[in-house]
Design a protein around this ligand. Structure first.
Ligand SMILES: Nc1ncnc2c1ncn2[C@@H]1O[C@H](COP(=O)(O)OP(=O)(O)O)[C@@H](O)[C@H]1O
Ligand SMILES: [Mg+2]
Length: 230
């Protein structure tokens, strides 16, 4: 029986990339293991280029490790085929990236609705839920704006609402405040940390701001391919 509190486990993950100069491969992750419990906020800090995004992509089913395993509620993630994996990501995970990745030709509301529509949610139901999220993040008056008509902070709040629309179990946030000023960083982080209280969602937060680490349950530092408790 899987441990019910443990939602995601990465075991002995390795990842390397070919070196551009044709020498030895660059080892980015060297035997990295990480577990996330239900409702946990886990933070990974590390210098630029240390492999944080690589780790997040692997844990989020976006890129395969060279070796090692990832279990989700006891099931091996990369045993799923491409379609199963896409469905799994859509239903269980919410991604927030440094660059919001909103679709430019759609409004804020439509962007938030998108993952629900992909899951065949009824249109009016998706719209209702998306509006509620925009209201919760204080941006309902921006619902009909396209991403270019929004400030950086507003764009990231829309991206966060989009990550939540399918009620995910885990949010994977890759430097979500990397492009924000101090005030908007605080707003976004407060929202992120509130999620656990309200929605019991787990969060993997990748950041290069070590100060954030004080507000999380577990913080690790990724350095030279290894993950250390911080
Ligand atoms: N697809 C790729 N091909 C080759 N090298 C890559 C690829 N993705 C990342 N890298 C390299 O791996 C290292 C870690 O990258 P990344 O995970 O993006 O670091 P971080 O997010 O900590 O800044 C960097 O040196 C980067 O150039
Ligand atoms: Mg990165």
């Amino acid at each position: 029986m899987p441990d019910t509190d443990l939602i995601l486990t990465g075991n002995n993950l390795t990842k390397s990339f070919p070196s551009k100069t044709g020498g030895e491969r660059l080892v980015i992750l060297n035997d990295v293991s990480l577990s996330i419990n239900r409702g946990d906020i886990v933070c990974v800090v590390g210098a630029s280029g240390s492999g944080k995004s690589t780790l997040l992509h692997i844990l989020g089913g976006l890129d395969q490790p060279d070796s090692g395993t990832i279990s989700w509620n006891g099931q091996h993630m990369y045993d799923m085929n491409t379609d199963e994996l896409a469905k799994f990501r859509n239903q269980k995970l919410g991604f927030v990236f440094q660059f919001h990745h909103l679709l430019p030709e759609f409004t804020a509301l439509e962007n938030v609705m998108m993952p629900a529509l992909i899951q065949d949610t009824d249109f009016e139901d998706a719209k209702h839920r998306a509006m509620n999220l925009l209201e919760r993040f204080g941006i309902s008056t921006r619902a009909d704006h396209r991403p270019t008509e929004l400030s950086g902070g507003e764009q990231q709040r829309v991206a966060m609402a989009r990550a939540l629309i399918n009620d995910p179990d885990l949010i994977l946030a890759d430097e979500p405040t990397g492009n924000l000023d101090e005030e908007n960083t605080e707003i976004l982080l407060d929202m992120l940390f509130e999620l656990r209280k309200i929605d019991k969602v787990s969060i993997l937060l990748i950041t290069h701001e070590k100060d954030i680490a004080r507000r999380t349950d577990h913080t690790y530092e990724l350095s030279k391919g290894k993950l250390h408790s911080f």
